[in-house]
Ligand binder design. Sequence first.
Ligand code: ZN
Length: 362
Amino acid sequence: MAFTGLKTAVTSAPVLAMPDFAKLFTVECDASMFGFGVILVQEGHPVAFFSRPVAPPHRSLATYERELIGLVQAASTCTAPWALVDGMVAFDGRLYIPPASPLLQEILAAIHNDGHEGIHRTLHRLWQDFHFPNMRHLVQDFVKACVTCQQYKSDHLRSAGLLQPLPVPSAVWVDIGIDFIEALPRVQGKTIILSVMDHFSKYCHFIPLAHPYTAESVAHAFFANIIRLHGVPQSIVSDRDLDSPTIRSYEPGETRVATVAQEMEERAAFLNDIRYRLEQAQQRAAASLPRSAIGKLKPRYIGPYQVAELINEVAVQLQLPPGARLHDVFHIGVLKKFVSTPPAVPLLLPPLLHGAVVPAPA
Ligand SMILES: [Zn+2]
């Protein structure tokens, strides 16, 4: 019998129960001449073990004395991280919060909402005073779902590549952008508009095309309407790939006719001036964006708003509140996915001017 019991004991791992501090603990201890063992038991389940050899000077002591020494050593070892402080359970000096406690979310909110710090710093601050299982995951989920953080913080992972301004062109009809506006009502057999815009002058041509258009029909329309008037551009920006040859520009001294030369030089000076102004405008736009976005107390994102429709790969239509004086189609580059439960009623938009949030008086 004893052998069978021993065999079971050495071939099966003892299963330790989680301590429940609301219930009574029992300490079982035993000591021999050479060693002593202590088991912390709760409702018949072992919670912790402790065993040590008896120090040689203690071997001559009485059994009850050796047991007492073992008990003291076990008590200082087994219970070291756990303690009862003011009726609350502390682990390693930090307050233990059971996973099911409603206090958990309140503590997370209290620590995080004081400064809305990121996952790492929120975790660090919590760890100083609290202990609960799965702390890292709970903090991650909480911070990711925080509405304030989502409105005020930019998404570091988002590529801003699509929103970079194009370089300022050097002359008219050198750098142009083209786009196809499709699925329009049929007028004289045409349902598509090819829009061609000069990035420098912002002058635009709208060329009607019939469906279906081919590279050849587009090229014909492009020659007849653009190249005939403005020459061959140096670059064409499009969401479809198009090749483009180079353009000849006027160089001083190229013509001997004085009036033509003067006119060309005046034109060059005028274009230089425009180029300077465009650069200034672009710099102002670039400078104004981060300032309004970085401002510590100004939200960078408004919302959340429901996606009503995917317009194409980079544009979505949002369900804005009724009466919103803002175009409801947005480039995905300016949007951020909202985590957590959206509000039942869409939030009202802040006052807008030319599609931008009006700065609140300081
Ligand atoms: Zn937050």
